[in-house]
Design a protein around this ligand. Structure first.
Ligand SMILES: C[S@@+](CC[C@H](N)C(=O)[O-])C[C@H]1O[C@@H](n2cnc3c(N)ncnc32)[C@H](O)[C@@H]1O
Length: 295
């Protein structure tokens, strides 16, 4: 493996990138018919490529055995650069210096394109920079593809406030169900803060957890203190996140479960629309349906 390789995700990563690419394709084609400034913003951009280790295969009656090999596939930044008609401007953010260097090299291989590569924490950058008058005449797709639970609710709220950005958000359900333990007493102060930062409210404590009445033994003494337990299963947690997003975005498409079939589900790929106009919502719904049909 080379020093600048970026190995992440699993088989579902190909599916995630395929879905986002299809949306970008449809979005760019449709929006360029009437809007002069159509942007792509990748807030957790990576390097522009993805290192994939393809497992060795044992041979059988029909096929020769194949050894393990490593290949480079396109990451989200490169996929967005290849969309035609091209985005008028692309903004790539990442916190890691090595990834920023790779993104700058990617930019250099697309001379003449309007590309900004910005190093920093995506939440800080978005929260500081996103308020802007120009959103009245500019439309964008933003991709939030963190490793885990890095996206803060305040970031999402400010994106929704632009009324101009469609956001694709890979939500880590496994991060949520690991932090939000079944037994509430197992959630320490750090986990509690992380959950509140991600969900934008501490109401999750009462909305996701219910008290189990104290148990009394035969002699009438208290066997178990009052405990609170999470009732929501994985599907319930996904519904909860979706409902939260729907409180700030006018439209949230049905999330794509990732991996699609293997259980437990680890991620939900959300697409949330910040433009409240019925036309923008209809368009996003049409894109979503056509992506669903094409899979
Ligand atoms: C899953 S990778 C993104 C992969 C990318 N979408 C692709 O398809 O190639 C997550 C990226 O987020 C970056 N990252 C992690 N925390 C960050 C933060 N707080 N702000 C900005 N970037 C961050 C990591 O350095 C990493 O490159």
């Amino acid at each position: 493996m080379a020093a600048d390789d970026h190995e992440f995700g699993g088989q579902h990563t190909d599916i995630k990138l395929e879905i986002v690419e299809k949306y970008l394709q449809r979005y760019s084609a449709a929006l360029h018919t009437w809007c002069d400034a159509v942007w792509y913003i990748d807030a957790f951009a990576g390097t522009g490529s993805r290192t994939v280790r393809v497992k060795a295969k044992e041979g059988d009656l029909f096929e020769e055995p194949a050894p393990e090999y490593v290949e480079q596939r396109r990451g989200s930044a490169k996929i967005a650069l290849d969309i035609d008609p091209p985005f008028d401007r692309l903004v790539f953010m990442d916190a890691k210096p090595k990834h920023i260097a790779a993104l700058k090299a990617l930019k250099a291989s697309y001379p003449g394109r309007d590309i900004d590569v910005v190093r920093g924490d995506a939440n800080d950058l978005i929260q500081k920079e996103i308020k802007w008058d120009g959103w009245k005449k500019t439309r964008a797709v933003m991709f939030l593809d963190p490793y885990g639970m890095e996206v803060e609710w305040d970031t999402l709220r400010l994106i929704a406030d632009t009324k101009a950005i469609d956001v694709w958000y890979l939500f880590s359900l496994s991060g949520l169900y690991r932090q939000a333990a079944r037994d509430m007493s197992k959630i320490d102060a750090t986990k509690e803060r992380a959950l509140t930062r991600m969900l934008g409210t501490d109401a999750w404590k009462s909305e996701l957890y219910s008290p189990i009445p104290p148990a009394i033994d035969l002699l009438g003494s208290l066997e178990r203190e009052d405990v609170r337990q999470r009732a929501a299963d994985v599907a319930g947690l996904e519904r909860y996140v979706r409902d939260r997003l729907a409180q700030i975005f006018p439209k949230v498409l049905d999330p794509w479960p990732l991996p699609p079939k293997e259980r437990p589900q680890r991620f939900s790929l959300f697409c949330a629309i910040s433009n409240p106009s019925p036309k923008a919502i209809r368009l996003a719904e049409d894109f979503g349906r056509s992506i669903m049909r094409s899979r």
